[in-house]
Design a protein around this ligand. Sequence first.
Ligand code: UD1
Length: 431
Amino acid sequence: MDRLLITGGNTLLGEVTISGAKNAALPLMCAALLTDQPLILSNVPELADITTLRNLLEHMGVEINKTEATDAGSKSKLEIRSGASPETTAPYDIVRQMRASILVFGPLLARMGRAKVSLPGGCAIGNRPIDLHIRGLEKLGAKIELEDGYVTATVDGRLKGSHVHMPLVSVGATENILMAASLAKGQTIIDNAAREPEIDDLISCLNKMGARISGKGTERLIIDGVESLSGASHSVIPDRIEAGSYAVAAVITGGSLRLKQISPHMMQASLNALLDMGATVEPEGQDILVSAGSRLGCISLKTQPFPGFATDMQAQFMALASVAEGMSVISETIFENRFMHVPELRRMGAEIAVNGAVASLAGNSKLYGAEVMATDLRASMGLALAALVASGETIISRVYHLDRGYEKLEEKLRAVGASIERIQEQDKPSD
Ligand code: UD1
């Protein structure tokens, strides 16, 4: 197992090309189960989570071929063919590695009339149940059974369009129901749907495949089911969380980074927070230039579904707020256990008090390097950002969390001036 050694104090300057979005690529790969024709996806990032889903799909008999980019301008592509009858079981061994495996559920059920997926179980950032996925598919006519740690759904013939009102906003449940409803008989309306850009990207791709979905970008999605879907070619949108993380890296180090190929509307809440703290943000064509201002002020933030401030950016802003001037308050409303980076940040000198879902930061902390442990993907990035500004060396263990979601992290950070290297870890992780 690898560790990261980061020596803080360098000002980051230059440009970073933003990779394709992990959270868009995962549902798009699952959408390939909706058709026997090839789905060709470009701009898919090379990440551990993508490999996990690839293993799951291949386990189901899905053929996946990667075409490498032939020149700097072209992008590598994944060609995914699920063929006439993919396997309909997603086993525990693979599902436990990544919760997003549940996204095979809706497509398999809609096309094959049957799906059996291991329950994802608990995870580091809370319970994360799948009741909303199940209830939505039941509304479309699926018969659902829970047995031996698996959830099985069956339907006689096609699913039937229905009115699904989501009691709370869920990205994954919206995606699962959307994909299933695309092949249902009749019209489905999803109310209180998630509006994340990754959902819009899924809708764009499904419509290219022949689906009839309207309401993109709103909380009401209307899906007129079709009998079958065809193949398509689609390019994955850029990763707004990766971009936001590099934006924080620029500001926390007192530097300036040009984020290439990301549009501001995808990450407006994070950019607004940076502006409020005193940073400068200049959209330029396809890029955004983010620079530290003359001072870094405190902030009050609350995580919310899109277009609100993303829970996936909370740990990164926690690192930033700990070195800002004055007291900041950060509330987490999406996940119940998403402050695991707090004890580690405290070990680096941050003054943070947690009361339930609210963290209060004294600010003005002079961070120093320490040995810290990554606990989940975004928490790990919070620690890496703190390490960039801390005095001395920070060693982050359990780097596999970062490998799940940040493509070429060390390469990208080194290219803009960070001192970061990967070293071999002696001990094995216990989880
Ligand atoms: C997705 C993202 C993740 C992000 C999260 C919230 C992917 C692969 N992952 O996760 O990075 O942090 O959105 O923006 O896209 N919930 C239920 N029952 C359900 C489903 C969800 O109670 O059936 C709850 C969750 O526990 C959580 C909230 O709803 O409290 C939102 O979760 P959800 O939007 O579903 O997150 P994911 O799709 O798992």
